[in-house]
Design a protein around this ligand. Structure first.
Ligand SMILES: Nc1ncnc2c1ncn2[C@@H]1O[C@H](COP(=O)(O)OP(=O)(O)OP(=O)(O)O)[C@@H](O)[C@H]1O
Ligand SMILES: [Mg+2]
Length: 255
């Protein structure tokens, strides 16, 4: 029986190895409801690996050994009876490079609904509007939903991908450096969107921009070489870190 829990995810001693190399060295943390949790750390610290583990995208990689438990709503996602496709519906993901499919804006948004066989949305147009508004894109595309998604700017494409991930009403949204290629205005729109989204879901934001973590997230986790060095309220991590390595990283003295 699933254990009732206030936390959406509870990660217990998560270890990932590729051969002899340890990518994650025993990570334990919880993701709360309605929070934005940032994961920061230098390149190669395991942020993407950690994120991909949460919706089992790591299944798609050969040669990884995973130990520990990842409880999503009290149930271990690595249990044989967990359906990875169903998990990925509840735990959506937005990648660094926007990947709209070569079809219209509307069809990009409809695709996740069409793939979800068990429930056909009655009011698809209403859902599209809601998700585009949540992604701060509605006003820019409402008159051209039948145009190719690839005709949008990079920043608009990223917001479209965000809207697309919302169509199936996920409980958790994973974002891997979603603003890395974006200008400050598009970045601000994504950050504003996340503030709205956390009212209805939990967000894990991997970012290599520490300022983005500090202005956007409720709590921040600092990873270094596969180790969770420190996790705390974002204010504490940035003003009063317990570990000197965290202080060095957030103040830019690292390396
Ligand atoms: N499938 C794999 N096999 C072997 N090594 C891997 C694999 N995936 C990731 N790694 C290694 O694990 C380490 C962590 O990688 P990861 O992509 O998680 O880092 P990251 O913190 O996201 O870095 P960046 O900020 O550059 O995106 C790196 O050294 C990487 O080369
Ligand atoms: Mg990465």
């Amino acid at each position: 029986m699933p254990v009732p829990t206030e936390d959406v995810f509870r990660i217990e001693d998560l270890r990932i190895r590729a051969g002899k190399k340890e990518l994650l060295k025993g990570i334990s943390l919880s993701l709360r409801r309605n929070e934005i949790l940032s994961a920061i750390g230098p390149s190669g610290s395991g942020k993407t690996t950690f994120l991909r583990c949460l919706n089992r995208l790591t299944d798609l990689e050969e040669g990884l050994t995973i130990e520990g438990r990842v409880l999503f709503k009290g149930k271990n996602i690595f249990d044989p009876e967990t359906d990875a496709i169903e998990l990925r519906r509840k735990v959506g993901m937005v990648f660094a490079v926007p990947m709209p499919l070569p079809m219209s804006i509307r069809d990009n948004l409809m695709l996740p609904l069409r793939l979800q066989s068990n429930s056909l949305e009655e009011d698809a147009d209403g859902r599209i509007e809601t998700c585009l508004r949540a992604a701060f894109l509605w006003d820019e595309v409402k008159d051209r939903l039948s145009l190719a998604a690839t005709s949008l700017s990079g920043g608009q494409q990223q917001r479209l991908c965000l809207a697309r991930s919302l169509m199936v009403r996920p409980d958790v949204l994973l974002l891997d450096e979603p603003c890395s290629g974006l200008d400050p205005i598009s970045t601000a729109k994504i950050e504003e969107a996340l503030q709205g989204l956390k009212k209805v879901m939990s967000v894990v934001l991997v970012t290599n921009n520490v300022k983005q973590a500090s202005r956007t997230s409720d709590r921040t986790a600092f990873l270094l070489m596969g180790e969770l060095v420190e996790l705390g309220e974002t204010g504490q991590i940035f003003t009063n870190p317990r570990d000197s390595r965290t202080g060095d990283y957030v103040s830019g003295r690292f390396g």
